[in-house]
Design a binder for this molecule. Sequence first.
Ligand SMILES: *Cc1c(COP(=O)(O)O)cnc(C)c1O
Length: 442
Amino acid sequence: MAEATRRVLERIRVEISAGTLEENDLELALGGLSAAVERELRASLSYSLRPVINATGVILHTNLGRAPLGEAALEHVREAASAYSNLEFDLERGERGKRDIHADRLFRSLLGGAGVEHEISTVVVNNNAAAVLIALNTLGEGGEVIVSRGELVEIGGSFRIPDVMAKSGALLREVGTTNRTRIADYERAINERTRLLLRVHRSNFRIVGFTEQPSLEELAELGRKHGIPVMEDLGSGALFDLRDAGIHGEPGVTESLRGGMDIVTYSGDKLLGGPQAGMISGRKDLVTKIRSNPLFRALRVDKMIYAALEATLLAYVRKQYDAIPALRMMQLPIEEIEARARAVIQAVEISTKNQALLLQVLDGESVVGGGAAPAALLRTKLMAIASDPISADEIAARLRRNDPPIIVRVEEDRVLLDFRTVFPEQDGVIIKALQDVVASRV
Ligand SMILES: *Cc1c(COP(=O)(O)O)cnc(C)c1O
C-alpha cells in the first residue's frame, strides 16, 4: 500500500516538475488519488505477463511469444510439472537416466526417413542461438570455421554470426562475396586448422539478382573429401512440407540432412510450432561430442520444455498437424478467414448502428514471421477499420487497453485485423472491444 502510494505520488511529482500537469489537471490528479493508488495496487498484485489477442496476422510474432502451444502440449506440461516425473530416471532399470531420450526417440522417428545411412540423434538446448553456440564451440574452438560472406547474418537484433563465432572460440574464415560464393572459394580456404564448414540460412532476407551459392550436396562432398564436418544453421527448420501451405524457400530439416549436412540446428518455436528450444540433429558421433561439452549443462532445458516439445513432436509423428496452432493457422482457408471477418463486422454494425466506424473487408497478406521465410506471405482477408472522429492510432491504443489487449496493424490511417492469427473463440472478445471503442468506454 505504502509502496503503491509512493509510486503514484512520484509520478505526479515528475509530471509537475516536467511542467506537463496544468493547474486544472493537478486538481483532477489529486482528486483521483485514491482511485490511482487502488489501480496501482491492483496492478502490482496481478500478472505482468498477460495473454493478448494477436490480430496482426504475423503467425510467429517474436514480440508476442512466437508459437502458441496446443492443448495436448499444455496438458502434458501440466502433468509433467505438477508432479514428479521420469525426467532423468530409467524406469526399466530403476536407475539414473538421461533427459535427452524423451525428445530424441521422436526426432529419430521423424528424421529416420531422411535416407541417411548413419544414425541420427538430436539434443535439445535453450534456443537455436544456444544450439549454434555450443555446436561451434564443440566443433570449432581453437580452429577455423569457413562461412560464406553472404551468410554472415544478423537475426532478431542480437544474434550475429560473427559475434556468436567469436564467443565460441572459433576463428571465422569468410569466403566469397556478398552475392556470390563458389565451392572453389571454400576449397581454397581449407587448411590444417579448418574444423568446420558452416552454412547459415538467410532467414530474414533474400539476395536476388546476380547470385551464386554452392548446393548442399557440393558442400557436403567437399567436407567428406577433406574429412571436415559440415553444419547448417537452418533457423526455422520445418519438420513439415510447407509447400502445401503455400510457403516456399524454407529449408526442411530432412532436406538438409538428406543433402549431406552432418549437423543441423533449428528453433523449437518457429515453424516447428513448439516451445522455445534449440535442436541439434545429425551424425551421432558429433551430437554425442556436443552433448558432452560442459556448456550443455548450462544450456539444457527444463522438464516443462521437454513435455511441450514431446507433445508437439508426437502430433507430427501421428500426423495430427491441426493440433499445432501455428501449422493450423498457416493452413487456414482464406474463405474461413473472410467469413469470420464478415461475421464480426455484422455483429458490430448491428449492435452499434454503425455510428462511428467504417468497417470493410480487404485483400491482404499474412506473414509467417519469426525470422522465417522472408518471402512467405499468405493471401488473407483483412478487416479494416476507419473512423472520422477517432484516429487509427487512437483505435489501436484503445484496443491495446482492452482486457485482454488486442494487437493490430495500422496502415494508412486504417486499423487492420487479420483473423488468421486470432483464435476463433476470441472473435466475441473483438466484437465486444469494438463496441466499447464506439461507446468510448475504453
Ligand atoms: C531465428 C534464428 C536463430 C536464432 O534462433 P532462436 O531460437 O531465436 O535463438 C539463429 N539462426 C537463424 C538462421 C535463425 O533464423
